[in-house]
Write a protein that binds this ligand. Structure first.
Ligand SMILES: N[C@@H](CCC(=O)N[C@@H](CS)C(=O)NCC(=O)O)C(=O)O
Length: 228
């Protein structure tokens, strides 16, 4: 197999790349990496010393590709599938890149802060940092509500890299700071989680949900498979 993705079914940034792979119907080998296993962790650090998942190996070009946005661009360029994730029009492509960055930096990142804080022992938690991350998510929700009013996808008319970034970020962050009365954001989330690629990723994550510290907030439809 030319392509190997080193990832984990519960890891939200891995979901972003898996969605792109499933959208394109790209064939690849999936290697599940358990970062909690010291031997596997050490092996993964040899591949990408930063230690962040996912990482793609492309044996056809003898290339190790990291960072989700770069992996998706690499796939579009070297293994184009049924649907490109980077829009062809340069201005729309830039918009897609902007919203990809937005969802990674202003939704996914504060979500990770809150989750990592919860995984720490209680006496090492940082309530101020959590409150700040929650406030960033409120700001993000207001921005997405404005952006998605009258739109189907985040950039251009078609599903793109921006939507790959949005799906896992909204799924997990929405459990921490609810969307509230924001119909455009809620409608976008429902479209994303109804998409076959996203449903497949959530179905593969389901057996691992017990390891997520806010599992009790996951709506029942995602736990029993009706929403995913
Ligand atoms: N900017 C990176 C972020 C990747 C990332 O944060 N991955 C998480 C999993 S969702 C990870 O590997 N965490 C392990 C760790 O921090 O030790 C990307 O887009 O690929």
């Amino acid at each position: 197999m030319t392509l190997t993705l080193y990832s984990h079914p519960l890891a939200s940034f891995c979901h972003k790349v898996l969605i792109a792979l499933y959208e394109a119907d790209t064939v690849f080998d999936a290697v599940t990496v358990d970062l909690g296993n010291p031997a596997e962790h050490a092996k993964f650090l040899d591949l990408w010393p930063v230690g962040k998942m996912p990482v793609l190996h492309d044996s056809a070009r003898n290339a190790t590709v990291a960072e989700t946005s770069i992996i998706i661009e690499w796939l579009d360029r070297h293994h184009p599938g049924a649907r490109p994730m980077l829009p062809a029009d340069p201005d729309t492509r830039l918009e897609a890149r902007l919203w990809d960055r937005f969802f990674d930096l202003h939704v996914h990142e504060p979500m990770q802060r809150i989750v990592f804080d919860r995984l720490r022992p209680e006496d090492r938690r940082d309530a101020d940092a959590v409150a700040e991350a929650e406030q960033r998510l409120v700001t993000a929700w207001n921005m997405v509500e404005t952006r998605m009013t009258g739109r189907t996808w985040a950039a251009g008319a078609d599903f793109s890299i921006a939507d790959c970034a949005a799906a896992p970020a909204l799924f997990f962050a929405g459990l921490l700071v609810p969307f509230g009365d924001r119909p455009a954001l809620q409608g976008y989330f429902d479209r994303l989680t109804g998409r076959p690629s996203c449903r497949r990723v959530l179905a593969e994550a389901r057996p691992w949900f017990d390891h997520f510290p806010f599992r009790d907030r996951i709506p029942q439809r995602f736990l029993d498979g009706n929403g995913a």
